[in-house]
Design a binder for this molecule. Structure first.
Ligand SMILES: NC(=O)C1=CN([C@@H]2O[C@H](COP(=O)(O)OP(=O)(O)OC[C@H]3O[C@@H](n4cnc5c(N)ncnc54)[C@H](OP(=O)(O)O)[C@@H]3O)[C@@H](O)[C@H]2O)C=CC1
Ligand SMILES: CC(=O)[C@@H](O)[C@H](O)COP(=O)(O)O
Ligand SMILES: [Mn+2]
Length: 385
């Protein structure tokens, strides 16, 4: 029985994770759950999975939740200390890191420091602090299992191979809802247009990232750290069908790929049950239904966010954390109707141009740079917190 803490249980990844747990109660047990402010869903999850500990965003929400639940109730904590308690509680063996954004960094780092294995969905953890996190993983000897579908595909495609035999990692990208739109039309994109992902049902922030292709940029940075391969050897191929989830090319010319119906339950289940596999209920893949699987190179002039992510990796040090924070602020502003879709890359680029990259030696230093970039982006966009 593997004991789990699920950080971000009320989100898209959190809910899919609990579907896997519900289907395999003989294999997985929930010790802790954390949510932001969706108390109704968290209450249902508490009733269904009986965690010993839960955490929510504020003390006020914690008090409301205490009133909503009959006795006996779990321990209910609040804020970052609550997230850390959920990530480090002694019974837990594996932490599912499924909070969205840089808010996931501190609890994920705490889990690793406490010696927990991590199923990592929160890509922003590696984007902002990849070298520190991978250093902690090595020092603590814990396992970091990718949940992101592309990274799970790469992970499955490198099983049994040597890192020095990898020629290239090829991350696939759907291209998002604007793949066939002319670049001039991007100025008119509505929030509903941008949330209309062709293949995946996900939280709002990552869905906008997919539309700008910043998601793929964040994934290039994530892959750089997870697989210790430099950015020059990480390619992106647009593959609109999202059937091949990514590929690895080896020095002998062989390419190994992982395929499947696009459903996050598959990579989540693999991270939870590695090295075994469990049934997921994911629709079987019938390749005869497809008239063709297509691939082409991304247009970096149209999808500037992807180019900015490569630039950030190239600049190195603190720049990816700046890219990430500026992106989070800009996406939030777009979703609030305060800026246009095309203002997202423009804001990130301006913030990056004002930053002199420097070494980040601690998580606290990452948080400091993250705050600087958020403030700067808000200032540039003329928006308050
Ligand atoms: N969705 C997907 O298919 C995929 C997601 N990912 C990555 O996984 C992560 C989660 O994505 P997704 O599930 O889509 O996101 P969602 O927005 O659906 O869920 C986010 C979760 O985090 C919680 N949360 C949000 N902000 C905070 C905060 N400041 N403190 C504590 N908890 C918070 C939310 O709580 P509440 O809702 O209660 O407020 C919710 O439980 C992201 O990093 C994303 O990039 C990667 C690959 C695929
Ligand atoms: C499901 C998943 O892993 C997402 O990150 C997905 O990759 C988004 O699709 P895009 O390829 O459009 O970014
Ligand atoms: Mn992905």
């Amino acid at each position: 029985m593997k004991k789990l803490s699920i950080l971000g249980s009320t989100g898209s990844i959190g809910v899919s994770t609990l579907e896997i747990v519900a289907a395999h109660r003989d294999r997985f047990q929930v010790v802790a759950l954390t949510a932001g402010n969706n108390l109704e869903l968290l209450k249902e999850q508490i009733e269904a999975f009986s965690p010993r500990l839960v955490a929510v965003m504020t003390e006020e929400l914690a008090e409301t939740l205490r009133r909503m639940l009959p006795d006996p109730k779990p321990e209910i904590l609040a804020g970052v200390p609550g997230l850390i308690a959920a990530a480090t509680t002694s019974e837990t063996e594996m932490v599912v890191a499924a909070i969205v954004g840089a808010a996931g960094l501190v609890p994920t780092a705490a889990a690793i420091k406490a010696g927990k294995d991590v199923a990592l969905a929160n890509k922003e953890t590696l984007v902002t602090a990849g070298h520190l996190i991978m250093g902690m993983v090595a020092e603590k000897g814990v396992k970091l299992y990718p949940v992101d579908s592309e990274h799970s595909a790469v992970f499955q495609s490198i099983e049994g191979h040597r890192n020095e035999d990898i020629k290239k990692i090829i991350l696939t990208a759907s291209g998002g809802p604007f793949l066939s739109w002319p670049a001039e039309r991007l100025a008119d994109v509505t929030i509903a247009d941008a949330l209309n992902h062709p293949n995946w049902s996900m939280g709002k922030k990552i869905t906008i990232d997919s539309a700008t292709m910043m998601n793929k940029g964040l994934e290039v940075i994530e892959a750089r750290w997870l697989f210790d391969v430099p950015a020059a050897r990480i390619d992106v191929n647009i593959h609109p069908q999202s059937i091949i989830h990514s590929m690895v090319e080896y020095i002998d010319g062989c390419v190994i790929a992982q395929l499947g119906t696009p459903d996050m339950k598959a990579p989540i289940a693999y991270a939870l049950s590695y090295p075994g596999r469990v049934a997921t209920g994911v629709a079987p893949l019938d390749l005869t239904r497809f008239s063709g699987l297509t691939f082409f190179r991304p247009d970096l002039a149209k999808f500037r966010c992807l180019k900015l992510a490569y630039d950030a990796l190239d600049a190195g040090e603190s720049m990816p954390a700046v890219l990430n924070a500026a992106n989070e602020v800009a996406v939030e502003a777009f979703l609030a109707g305060r800026i246009r879709f095309v203002d997202i890359p423009a804001a990130i680029e301006r913030t990056m141009s004002l930053h002199q990259p420097h070494t980040l030696g601690t998580i606290e230093e990452v948080l400091f740079v993250d705050r600087w970039a958020r403030d700067k982006t808000r200032e540039l966009l003329h928006i308050s917190d």
